[in-house]
Write a protein that binds this ligand. Structure first.
Ligand code: NDP
Length: 454
């Protein structure tokens, strides 16, 4: 680590104590950018990176709501408006009990580079609340979303900040949030993405992240003259991203043998097919149940509880496979899991989730030079199609599914190329993780220089 990065990290840690995920995200980016700042001293002089790691605005607020039994609850809401140099703030909303400012700032920082890589004019933000939608009735979720929007609506708008979904925020929540915004602002505006198709959402938005991850993996394999056809794949999660990644993997001839949720994981050596996937979608999206039920329905599948017998490793990552797609949550692959992946023959790890690898797991995979793509590049298809949803909303027009899908493919191909080109130019050929940070940074840094010190 250079003395410049050491100094930056010391400042970030002292100013943002206890925000571990944020420290980790800053360190990852700063280390990749060291050679860039060496070559372009004007960025250091103008303190571009120091400004990038300080959010433009952070909003926290109280969310009070009443449950079906008449009890009052208080949650904490957030929106981090991280960087608006290349467009209005854009990024997800997460409803999960683990949400805190450090996680959201880490995600918002990643989002700067991700959104820049898409080539669309989108700045970066992230938000959410420490609210757990699990076990809540639809009416409780609606009241929570309305209370959340009662405060958030002051800070967002189609040209200011356009939130989207993330963990715990899907079509149902976006609907309630949008309805409340519309009532408060008295306007029908493209202020959220991931909207329903009959109220100005985009075709393909719900599939975009998972499909995009698989398109990215396809590009990585193609560079080695390989395809996904016939490959055995490990997928984690069973939410929006995992479901669409599994769908595209099946379509391309891969065998998906695992998925998971917060209760545990499923291993099915026979692989997923369209019927099983439809059943899983019904279980997770409509009945909101646990995946243990999948193993009860399909005898070839084995369910392993999340207790993992007290092991510090996830059995999902200890199966023989060619490719791995973490699509659940942050830090779901630690160093032991990464060792298990390598031992079992995995040659590609492509992140659907944001920051799913611990730093030492990431280091191991990049040191061993297997094909590895960080979420900020590989899962950018979701926000890219959100950008396309914004474009369609501005035009008051809707593209066909084929049109959106073909744009998504072009964008994912372009991101892959941009990452490889930047990695090669700065001395780490083939390192997609370095390339994503560098290529994402160059556009934002240029815009910040053009716009002066603000
Ligand atoms: P969902 O809420 O739809 O699904 C999340 C999945 O991960 C569920 O299966 C959930 O299990 C599981 N999960 C959540 N927390 C944990 C945990 N602590 N331990 C184990 N499993 C857990 O979210 P998404 O699919 O939208 O998001 C998944 C990941 O992809 C996140 O990292 C998100 O930031 C990232 N991402 C999402 C995008 C999008 O378009 N939605 C875009 C880019 C990145 P359970 O059902 O039990 O809660």
């Amino acid at each position: 680590m250079s003395s410049y990065v050491q100094k930056l990290m010391a400042e970030v840690k002292s100013k943002n104590a206890a925000e571990q995920e944020f420290h980790e995200a800053v360190k990852n980016v700063a280390e990749s950018l060291d050679p860039v700042l060496e070559r372009y001293p004007q960025y250091r002089q103008a303190m571009v990176l120091e400004r990038i790691v300080e959010p433009e605005r952070t909003i926290t607020f109280r969310i009070s709501w009443v449950d079906d039994a008449g009890r009052t609850h208080v949650n904490r809401g957030y929106r981090v408006q991280m960087n608006g140099a290349i467009g209005p703030y854009k990024g997800g909303l997460r409803f999960h009990p683990s949400v805190n400012l450090g996680i959201l700032k880490g995600l918002a920082l990643e989002q700067i580079f991700k959104n820049s890589l898409t080539t669309l004019p989108m700045g970066a933000g992230y938000g959410g609340a420490d609210f757990d939608p699990k076990g809540k009735s639809d009416r409780e979720v609606m009241r929570f979303c309305q209370s959340y929007m009662n405060e958030l609506f002051r800070y967002i708008g189609p040209n200011t900040d356009i939130p989207d979904g993330d963990i715990g925020v899907g079509g149902r929540e976006i609907g309630y949030l949008f309805g409340q915004y519309r009532k408060l602002a008295n306007e029908f505006a493209g202020v959220l993405t991931g909207k329903g198709l009959n109220w100005s959402g985009s075709l393909m938005r719900s599939e975009a992240t998972g499909y995009g991850v698989v398109y990215f993996a396809t590009e990585m394999l193609a560079a080695r003259g390989e395809t996904l056809n016939g490959k055995t794949c490990l997928v984690s999660g069973s939410g929006k991203v995992a479901q669409s990644a599994i769908e595209k993997l099946i379509e391309l001839g891969a065998t998906v043998v695992t998925f998971s949720d917060s209760s545990g994981c499923v291993y099915d050596p026979n692989g997923m097919d369209h019927d099983k996937l439809e059943w899983l979608k019904g279980l997770k999206n409509l009945r909101r149940g646990h995946i243990r039920e999948f193993a009860e329905k399909y005898p070839s599948a084995e369910y392993i509880s999340a207790e993992f017998g007290g092991l510090d490793e996830n059995p999902l990552w200890a199966r023989k496979a060619d490719c791995a797609f973490p699509c659940a949550t942050q830090h779901e692959i630690n160093r032991t899991d990464a060792e298990n992946l390598l031992r079992n023959g995995v040659m590609l790890v492509c992140e659907g989730a944001n920051m799913p690898l611990t730093p030492d797991a990431m280091k191991l995979l990049t040191d061993r030079r297997i094909l590895y793509a960080p979420g900020k590049a590989a899962n950018a298809g979701g926000v890219a199609v959100s950008g396309l949803e914004m474009a369609q909303n501005s035009m008051r027009y809707a593209w066909t599914r084929e049109e959106v899908d073909s744009r998504l493919k072009i964008i994912m191909k372009g991101i892959h190329k941009a990452c490889l080109d930047a990695a090669a130019e700065f001395g780490t050929p083939g390192n997609v993780a370095n390339g994503a940070n560098i290529a994402g940074f160059m556009k934002v840094a240029g815009a910040m220089m053009d716009q002066g010190v603000i």
